[in-house]
Design a protein around this ligand. Structure first.
Ligand code: SF4
Length: 326
């Protein structure tokens, strides 16, 4: 029997409100990739999702139906151009759906109103939400340290950094357990020797659908010292006010906001080269044109489609890139 009502969500949203309401939030992206992801995609295609729609959308749809959820929050503005249609399909499949938007104008008043709608929906007060936020920020503070250990002390690999930060979108549904596991990991990491790295790379874009990309990068003697979007999931600014926190979260806004975060991080972390990941059939491929234009470093664009290991062509491109710039 379930202890808590399970809430799926399509991308990061103010998860503090869900925890304050006593729900167990579940990032559909994470359960899609951790489960039988190829099967999820096949099931969505059998439902009629076209081949030319991003695999994350298809995977999120089928993962949501398989996850025994009580409700779904669909982020329908500011994140993904397919979010509204995905949410409509989930609603049509019988799941209760609540819509959340990152307002286009990116103002305090507009975002505050969206968060208040969530609070009203689950009947929780802002005070209670802020208490939860303070608790989550204690864990986020540790993730900020883990991130520093990735690019400064080099005690944490790019892959480990990716996994911890990507899972901070929902704290695996249980912040206390997540923190215990994080503490154990960091105690072990503190005993390590620094990881030697010939080429300091940044990884930009949505988390990879490729399963082995971080391993393949490390095999080349390089590593990822900056995971852009995953770091955003961890809300590293640690701002006191919840509205300010989600205004500072760059991912739902334009490429200019992302660049304002990325450029100083590339400099601070002394990044040598950029791996920019794009997902097949994703509108963010257009943003990648501007990332490439405004980042003055060796820049390799990778495109993934299915949840699988790197295909031989992409691996060859990666190896050639490291041969030239390593
Ligand atoms: S990869 Fe792009 S198209 Fe796919 S879910 Fe994410 S934002 Fe949407």
């Amino acid at each position: 029997m379930k202890n808590k009502r399970r809430l799926g969500f399509t991308t990061s949203f103010p998860v503090e409100v869900a925890f304050a309401a006593g729900l167990e939030p579940i990032d559909l992206n994470n359960i899609f990739l951790e489960g039988d992801s190829a099967l999820h995609i096949r099931k969505a295609e059998l439902k009629g999702f076209p081949r030319t729609i991003c695999s994350w959308i298809k995977g999120n749809y089928a993962a949501a139906l398989a996850a025994d959820l009580d409700e779904v929050v669909g982020v329908v503005q500011g994140d993904c151009s397919n979010g509204a249609s995905l949410t409509a399909m989930l609603a049509d499949s019988g799941l209760p759906v609540w819509h959340f938007s990152y307002p286009q104008e990116r103002t305090y008043i507009a975002l505050d109103a969206e968060i208040r709608k969530l609070e009203d929906h689950w009947e929780v007060s802002r005070d209670k939400v802020l208490k939860v936020k303070m608790r989550l920020d204690q864990i986020r503070q540790k993730l900020v340290q883990l991130d520093e250990w990735t690019w400064q002390e080099r005690l944490v690999s790019g892959k480990e950094n990716h996994l911890w930060l990507v899972n901070s979108s929902d704290f695996k549904g249980d912040p206390d357990r997540f923190e215990q596991e994080l503490d154990t990991f960091m105690r072990d990491a503190a005993q390590r020797d620094p990881i030697p790295t010939k080429l300091r790379c940044a990884y930009l874009g949505v988390p990879p659908i490729y399963r082995d990309i971080y391993d393949r990068v490390q095999e080349q003697g390089a590593d990822v010292l900056f995971n852009e979007v995953q770091r955003q999931f961890a809300m590293p600014a640690l701002l006191t006010d919840i509205v300010d926190q989600y205004l500072a979260y760059t991912y739902p806004y334009s490429v200019s906001e992302r660049l304002a975060d990325i450029l100083p991080q590339l400099e601070k972390r002394r990044i040598d080269a950029v791996l920019s990941y794009t997902q097949s059939f994703c509108h963010l491929q257009i943003d990648n044109i501007l990332l490439k234009k405004h980042i003055n470093l060796p820049f390799l664009t990778l495109e993934g489609d299915q949840p699988e290991d790197l295909d031989s062509r992409t691996l060859l491109r990666l190896e050639s890139f490291f041969e030239v710039h390593g």
